[in-house]
Design a protein around this ligand. Structure first.
Ligand code: M6R
Length: 608
């Protein structure tokens, strides 16, 4: 969603901020802005639309100030206007604030400030922050004290960075339920909501924790935790981030690049973990809790979007392989449910970014229950990775396109290994599945080699308005994920259904204008899916089937067929989804959409 970059040092801050904002573009935003401070001289540039709309103006007009903050805004409170873009300022424009998150009590604070004579220029929740700092500055001895007093008034989630003409040598930062990282340099320091914005300058980082307030000069970082009211010795960590993976290379966009990284994602997710020669699954991240896991008799999975669908696949895998009951919940629902939760239940959070607000809130909800909290996370060092007791990284590398692709592939690959790990070699499926995981990258490549054929088929479907995706068993969550891919990048109506549900309602929608993408790969349930396809054909619905190589008979039943290599039932969803990612991608491209940055969406949903 929104993105923050900050810099203090002796280089031209504008260059660092613009580069950083460009690196954050993938998160989704609708306006951007920068504030620069050179002693008491300030400059602010704000624009609706892309960062590149800001570049020329900044390059032409901005000085070489060494104190700067920048922001990409994804509108929540107030429309997409220049006035609502960040930085937000106090009335005399001496305090500049960028903010990610939501200030829940902003109208109450705004009323209080208006009562004290303050006037507001924007519709944002953020504007109360510089105004509040200004308000407290009139009563308190220092900017730090005023900043902290303002934070004490604010309810909600935030990462906030502030600068002021009154303190032109200092960056002020605070975090509560929204990520913020300090990049430590030589006589310079950086700030960002996502390390990718600063990693070209430094690999040394300090992750701020909830309630931390940082006062940063070019040579010092001072952290005070507001809740505990104590000074913290900041822990400097080294970023473990592959820069080249975040670059586009020869691909036209990140989504296609990331779909094509599926074989590499599977390889990295299994490397040194599923070892066929030794017939073992070693998940280093779970080793410290293996003893505890023996006493777990129920797992609740929480996640959102694509990660939720990966969780639904895992439900089938863990229940059948490890014999442990699993319940999968949307984190946003879990957070407001009252349900019995015993100590022998583990909470497992799945997240690509590790920064999804609802999933973080789910982990916080059970913080005091004394239960085991596990994470399956892609982004190394992210909030969820740091707040869980143990977990497994997906190692898919940075995912930049808003639509999640290789992360799903890696998540299911990791979750299958978690199921095998919990199974501890007891099932007959253990050895064949480890062997199959080792063969899977090559099978994923076979699908990618058919991309042109999938493109031709997808383009023939690009003019339909509606799509149904159906599947059974793990093909059901795979169908949900296929429908989500079409929705988010094509803006077309698509629904995922369990094939067995057809006669219970969805069949009524079917006619010659409503195609069905039927997941009909080899399985003991295939004949039942054939019956569903027959029912759809009888109502003149076009059917595109996804089948296992060698199934010639299905051609008689369907308008089109795409084949995947034969694989185990447990690994089928991984291959099925790659086809649906390509299908959705080519439809969206044919319709002229920006696949990396679909409208209204953000990569990482850091507010509720
Ligand atoms: O970073 P997370 O995996 O926690 O994100 C969860 C969802 O926001 C995410 O999967 C979203 O649905 C994607 N845009 C799907 O492609």
């Amino acid at each position: 969603m929104c993105g923050i970059v900050g810099y203090i040092g002796s280089k031209p801050g504008k260059d660092i901020i613009l580069r950083g904002l460009e690196a954050l573009e993938y998160r989704g935003y609708d306006s951007a802005g920068i504030a620069l401070l050179d002693g008491e001289k300030s400059q602010v540039f704000k624009r609706i639309g892309r960062v590149n709309g800001l570049v020329q103006e900044v390059e032409d007009k901005a000085g070489n100030a060494g104190l700067a903050i920048g922001h990409t805004r994804w509108a929540t409170h107030g429309g997409v206007t220049v006035a609502n873009a960040h930085p937000q300022m106090n009335s005399d424009h001496s305090i500049f604030v960028v903010h990610n998150g939501i200030i829940e009590n902003f109208s109450e604070l705004r009323q209080k400030l208006e009562g004290a004579g303050y006037q507001f220029e924007s519709e944002t929740d953020t504007e109360v922050v510089p105004q509040l700092i200004d308000y407290y500055l009139k009563q308190l001895p220092s900017f730090t004290a005023a900043f902290e007093a303002a934070l004490n008034d604010v309810r909600g989630a935030y990462s906030i960075v502030a600068i002021s003409t009154r303190e032109p040598e200092t960056l002020y930062a605070a975090r509560l339920s929204s990520p913020l990282v300090i990049g430590v340099g030589e006589h310079e320091n950086f700030l960002a909501s996502d390390p990718s914005a600063i990693m070209e300058h430094t690999k040394k980082v300090i992750y701020l924790e909830d309630y931390d307030v940082a006062v940063i000069t070019k040579d010092t970082v001072d952290v005070h935790n507001l809740k505990e009211d104590k000074h913290i010795s900041p822990k400097v960590e080294l970023l473990d981030y592959e820069n080249k993976q975040a670059l586009l290379g020869d691909y036209p966009n990140f989504m296609l690049k990331e779909i094509f990284e599926a074989p590499a994602a599977i390889r990295s997710a299994t490397l040194g973990r599923a070892v066929a020669e030794q017939n073992v699954v070693k998940l280093g991240g779970l080793e410290s809790v293996l003893g505890q896991l023996k006493y777990i008799d129920r797992i609740v999975i929480v996640a959102m979007g694509t990660s939720y669908y990966a969780g639904l696949v895992a439900e089938y895998l863990i229940e059948s392989l490890a014999d442990i009951p699993v319940e999968v919940q949307l984190a946003s629902e879990f957070n407001y449910r009252e349900e019995p939760f015993s100590r022998s239940t583990a909470l497992l959070a799945i997240s690509q970014s590790g920064e999804t607000a609802d999933t973080i809130a789910a982990l916080k909800k059970v913080e005091d229950y004394g239960v085991l909290r596990l994470g399956i996370v892609n982004a190394v060092g992210s909030t969820i990775a740091r707040m869980t007791d143990a977990g497994v990284y997906c190692h898919a590398g940075p995912e930049k396109a808003v639509a999640s692709t290789k992360a799903f592939v890696a998540q299911v690959t990791v979750l299958l290994q978690v199921a095998l790990c919990l199974n501890d070699g007891r099932s007959k499926r253990f050895k064949p599945l480890i062997e199959e995981l080792n063969k899977l990258p090559a099978k994923a490549q076979v699908i990618l080699d058919q991309a042109d054929a999938i493109k031709t088929i997808a383009e023939n479907y690009a003019d339909y308005r509606d799509f149904l995706f159906i599947g059974r068993h793990t093909g059901f969550p795979a169908a949900l994920e296929g429908a989500l891919k079409v929705k988010e990048i094509s803006y077309l109506h698509a629904e995922g259904y369990a094939a067995g549900e057809m006669k219970h309602g969805p069949l009524a929608m079917i006619d010659e204008h409503f195609p069905t993408f039927a997941i009909a790969t080899d399985s003991p349930l295939l004949e039942k899916t054939y019956s569903n396809i027959q029912e759809i054909k009888a109502r003149k619905g076009p059917v595109l089937a996804l089948a296992t190589e060698g199934n010639e008979a299905i051609k008689e039943l369907c308008s089109d067929v795409i084949y995947i290599p034969d694989t185990a039932p447990e690994t089928q969803p991984i291959l099925q989804v790659i086809v649906m990612q390509l299908f959705a991608y080519y439809i969206a491209i044919k319709r002229g959409n920006d696949v990396d940055r679909p409208r209204n969406l953000a990569k990482s949903v850091t507010v509720e």
